[in-house]
Design a protein around this ligand. Structure first.
Ligand code: TXA
Ligand code: MG
Length: 329
């Protein structure tokens, strides 16, 4: 375990971005903001740097990473794009969509980062700091969410520091992220398949594809040796406090995670309460989700009671993360 590094936290100025690019080139770890969540970056081409990512996160090494690149042109040498993949990349990049594609024969991404699969996950982030870093660095950067494995993803630089201080060289502070849940992951197989709901709602993808999108069956994930999306392992996004879903009431020793204008029985007497979006706005709720789970987790309540969240739009990703949080670790 790495506990020996001195972690710098710098506001994401041009000078700090240039320093971050140098650290990546030297095989170091740099945490940086994307529009979805903060990522823990390493040079995708250096296996030793990729190994440090797994080590810092205490992540099981069978779980492959997403390669981040600055644009579609930079993705072409890494993966093979068929017509559907091109259409999706052109429609949604830069943005919160990750495509899982067949590797090219010259794929520069280290085997360790793809966990020996013959596919690679690629994404072009939209955040100005992520873009500046990728441009300055000039290559692909693998970046899982910048949290310890099993913890809630970070939406602020302070969350990253809480989990990874002493384990990463540099944290670029770009303020609060916009989207708040991880990217949507789409497998571009014979038939495109939703591997992880996320920051790009399925409806937008279906509009471009012109047909409904199949979702990887919950129980297909993580079962065999080479799972399609091992990150879909059930207990991925868990706070320490037990999470109770679809709450219609809340006890005085519980914390309440509310959604929408109405409250539940006992809502005013709860140990703590936060509302994902009083106006019932799913975009606002996604942005608040992980930060509020962290804040309520810190209240040491008996449980976090969560009010129902509708399933459409970003609700699919929010409910997915909440279900995983409720399963616990
Ligand atoms: O929004 C995001 O996607 C963030 C930011 C930092 O970009 N990153 C992120 O990475 O969420 P991570 O490592 O926490 O999740 C990546 C997911 C995992 O579930 C992993 O199993 C899946 O992508 N994945 C990576 N490569 C894959 C592949 N070749 N086939 C299937 N799934 C893959
Ligand atoms: Mg993660």
């Amino acid at each position: 375990m790495r506990v020996d590094l001195k972690t710098q936290i710098l506001p994401a100025s041009a000078a700090a971005v240039a320093e971050a690019a140098r650290r990546l080139a030297a095989g170091g770890l740099v945490a940086f903001p994307t529009e979805t969540v903060y990522g823990l970056g390493a040079d995708a081409a250096q296996a030793s740097a990729v190994a440090k990512v797994y080590e810092a996160k205490e992540r099981p090494s069978f779980n492959p990473l997403i390669a981040h690149v600055v644009d579609l042109a930079a993705a072409r040498p890494i993966a093979r794009f068929d017509a559907t993949a091109l259409k999706l990349a052109e429609a949604f990049w830069p943005g919160p969509l990750t495509l899982v594609l067949p590797k090219t024969s010259q794929c520069p991404v280290a085997e360790l980062a793809t966990a020996g699969l013959d596919t690679v996950a690629i994404r072009v982030p939209a955040h100005p700091v992520a873009k500046a870093l990728l441009r300055a660095f000039g290559g692909a950067v693998v970046a899982p969410s910048a949290n310890l494995s099993g913890h809630v993803s970070p939406t602020l630089a302070a969350h990253v520091a809480g989990d990874l201080a002493g384990r990463v060289d540099l944290i670029l502070d770009g303020g609060a992220v916009k989207v708040g849940v991880e990217s949507t992951i789409l497998g571009c197989f014979e038939e495109p398949m939703l591997l992880r709901p996320g920051g790009l709602p399925r409806e937008e993808i279906e509009r471009v594809l012109g047909c409904p999108l199949r979702r990887l069956p919950e129980d297909a994930a993580g079962k065999d040796d080479r799972p399609l999306a091992p990150g879909m392992l059930a207990s991925h996004y868990a706070p320490r406090t037990p999470v109770r879903l679809n709450a219609t009431d809340v006890a005085p020793d519980e914390a309440l995670l509310a959604f929408g204008p109405a409250t539940v029985n006992g809502g005013h007497a709860a140990k703590a309460a936060m509302n994902l979006s009083e106006g019932g706005d799913l975009t606002e709720a996604a942005a608040n989700l992980f930060g509020y789970l962290r804040a309520l987790d810190a209240k040491l309540a008996r449980a976090i009671a969560v009010m129902p969240v509708p399933q459409h739009g970003l609700g699919e990703a929010i409910n997915d993360r909440l279900r995983r949080a409720a399963i616990g670790r």
